[in-house]
Design a protein around this ligand. Structure first.
Ligand code: HEC
Ligand code: HEC
Length: 249
């Protein structure tokens, strides 16, 4: 009985809603063309690791990421775009808009730094669901957390975590400038370049079979984790430096 009702409603749907939709599309005369465009630009079968066969130019990536940041792509899309362009097809066929949400640490929420987010997305696109992706991304997060950024800048600061929030606030403290200043924007553009260049270096190292993980969690934080992450408590997760936000006890 119920099944019959479902069938009726489905049929009704097809003849009424579906019919209306088809009519509207025909009136707009776009569907058949759009449909063939979608099919023509079909992406190759995944995985794509084999298409990453040539070393990336790290300095090109650094320059482009900074440039795209200032052209309105913001941190995350700028980083992803610079990398996929340098990687070439099929990577560059993925529209970089997929990372645009990452601006300002995710729609301005100051969570994961967009430069880290975009760079990691490109790494993930190359190595897919593998331990290599996680190892390279882990290294990028760690490097970002403990490196004074931007590199070669008059004022730089250490974020302590991969968070936009601590990155920007620590820089404001170091520079004495405001988070809405032009110099902060310039700084984030440079930081996006440096972080994207680091992602390119990691990809190159992996390509050459020379990637070695160097990041280690600070010793004090590792002690906290022995109880809170891995020990009896298991009341939190993560690899961020606990002492960046909590006091010891
Ligand atoms: C020897 C194990 C151990 C270590 C090491 C440890 N903690 Fe704890 N921590 C505890 C226990 C037990 C509690 C109480 C848990 C409860 O009441 O549910 C606690 C509670 C906390 C709390 C909850 C708020 C509070 O103070 O009660 C925070 C935050 C915390 N720890 C952070 C840290 C940080 C940061 C470190 C490293 C500097 C650390 N812990 C190291 C065992 C540990
Ligand atoms: C970026 C900042 C940040 C970092 C880094 C961080 N935490 Fe927290 N943690 C918080 C915030 C925010 C809360 C929620 C506090 C609240 O709601 O009162 C919290 C809550 C906690 C609590 C529960 C606190 C309570 O009052 O019971 C524990 C335990 C804890 N964190 C442990 C850790 C440990 C261990 C680490 C390192 C592995 C860590 N945290 C890293 C920000 C951080």
């Amino acid at each position: 009985m119920e099944e019959k009702n479902n069938k009726i409603s489905r049929k009704q749907f097809l003849t009424t809603v579906g019919g209306l939709a088809a009519g509207a599309v025909l009136a707009g005369s776009g569907l058949s063309l759009l449909d063939s465009e979608v099919k023509a630009e079909k992406l190759p079968e995944y995985p794509w690791t084999k298409y990453f066969a040539k070393k990336l130019n790290v300095e090109t990536v650094r320059k482009k990421a900074t440039q795209y940041y200032h052209e309105g792509n913001h941190c995350a899309e700028a980083s992803f775009r610079a990398l996929v362009e340098e990687l070439g097809a099929p990577f560059s066929n993925v529209p970089s808009q997929v990372l645009w949400f990452g601006a300002g640490g995710g729609a301005g929420w100051a969570t994961l730094c967009g430069a880290v987010n975009g760079g990691s997305a490109a790494i993930s696109l190359v190595y897919g669901r593998s331990k290599i992706t996680m190892a390279l991304v882990n290294e990028l997060f760690g490097w970002y957390s403990e490196t004074p950024l931007p590199l070669n800048s008059e004022v730089n600061s250490v974020a302590g975590t991969p968070l936009c929030h601590s990155s920007v606030s620590n820089w404001c403290e170091a520079s004495g400038l405001k988070a809405d200043s032009k110099k902060r924007s310039k700084r984030c553009g440079l930081l996006t370049g440096d972080t994207t260049a680091k992602a390119a270096e990691l990809l190159n190292a992996q390509l050459a079979g020379k990637f070695v993980a160097t990041y280690t969690i600070p010793k004090e934080a590792q002690e906290c984790m022995n109880c809170h992450v891995a020990g009896d408590l298991k009341d939190t997760r993560g690899k961020m430096d606990c002492l960046d936000c909590h006091e010891g006890h």
